[in-house]
Design a protein around this ligand. Structure first.
Ligand code: DGY
Length: 322
């Protein structure tokens, strides 16, 4: 019997993909940092039974209409806004993601980004590396305190709760906004629910972890930034499109907010010429929320196991349900 054909759109660890090699012929784009070109992806998708995709691959109607054999897509991310899940499901294609295993790693990065932005760690490191450190100064590279401040988390899912847990160690007051109340976060972390407007008005740190949906697209815009305290710091570790980047730039330049820490951007990757990169009060990272060796290997393995499960007629561990 013909073995199923799986295409993986980026170089991944073969060791982690063992469950797939056992059941299928596996083909892989061999580059680590150069994405698989669209035309290659379309051509491979035409004959693929399964795809292991990255969040930078657009799995849209055009692709799905060509993919007559396709049974399963495993996205190497918890987010799945790059996939038309509804259309895929209507064609009987199962979509899987990688929740849970990346929660703590992404929360570590998000809280690290918050600390780096508040305490100007990147600037301070550059200052030494550029040989600018000539003497100790009372306000040299002074930043903002994190401990005992108010953190407002927008999107209180698993990663939001893990960030809140870290905030308790800094004795912060925790506010959150979410589609629905999160009783667990209220009970175990002392988090307080606020309307979106109340949260952005009252918080010292506004941390966005909400998934990208029609409701959250450009949720952070001119009007939102105007409501924030002038001393507030905005952190985004969800998706770039939840922010209107021009409005964020204006808010930072006009002193409406004090700083921003960004792991995600509207059009990734961005270059050094991106206006936000040039601002001294912005920390920019290349979308590395879940990027630890342990977690990325676990994500690859989970994707492989999910694809193998579907091909074997079983329920995958982490199927996207919309
Ligand atoms: C995800 O998994 O959706 C994250 O954005 C990766 O860092």
């Amino acid at each position: 019997m013909k073995r199923p054909y799986i295409y993986i759109t980026r170089k991944c660890s073969e060791e982690q993909l063992k469950p797939l090699y056992e059941v299928a012929d596996v083909d892989m784009w061999k580059e680590e940092e150069i994405p698989c070109p669209r035309e290659v992806l379309l051509e491979k998708a035409e004959k693929a039974d399964g795809l292991l995709t990255m969040l930078s691959d657009s799995i849209d109607k055009e692709l799905l209409d060509k993919a007559d054999q396709l049974k399963v897509i495993a996205n190497l991310a918890v987010g799945f806004d790059n996939i038309d899940v509804q259309y895929a499901n209507s064609k009987g294609i199962v979509v899987c993601n990688t929740p849970d295993i990346l929660t703590d790693t992404t929360a570590d990065l998000t809280f690290g980004l918050l600390l780096s932005t508040a305490r100007r760690l990147m600037e301070a490191s550059e200052y030494v590396k550029q040989n600018q450190w000539k003497s100790w100064g009372p306000l040299l590279l002074a930043g903002h305190d994190v401990h005992h401040k108010t953190i407002g988390i927008v999107g209180m899912g698993k990663i939001g709760q893990a960030v809140a847990k870290r905030a308790t160690g800094f004795e912060m007051e925790i506010l959150y906004h979410n589609r629905s109340r999160n009783e667990n976060a209220e009970k175990t972390l002392g988090a307080t629910y606020r309307s979106f407007d109340e949260l952005v008005t009252a918080s010292d740190f506004i941390v966005c972890l909400a998934p990208l949906t029609p409701e959250t697209r450009e949720l952070f815009n001119k009007e939102t930034f105007q409501k924030m305290k002038n001393s507030s710091i905005f952190i985004n570790a969800s998706r770039g499109a939840v922010v209107n980047e021009e409005d964020l730039y204006d808010a930072l330049v006009n002193g409406e907010i004090a700083g921003a820490g960004l792991d995600v951007f509207l059009n990734e990757p961005i270059g050094a010429e991106h206006p936000l990169v040039g601002l001294h009060n912005v920390v920019t990272l290349p979308h590395i929320g879940s990027a630890s060796y342990e977690t990325r290997y676990a994500m690859m393995k989970l994707c492989a196991m999910n694809i193998a499960a579907v091909l074997n007629g079983n329920e995958p561990k982490t199927k996207v349900v919309i």
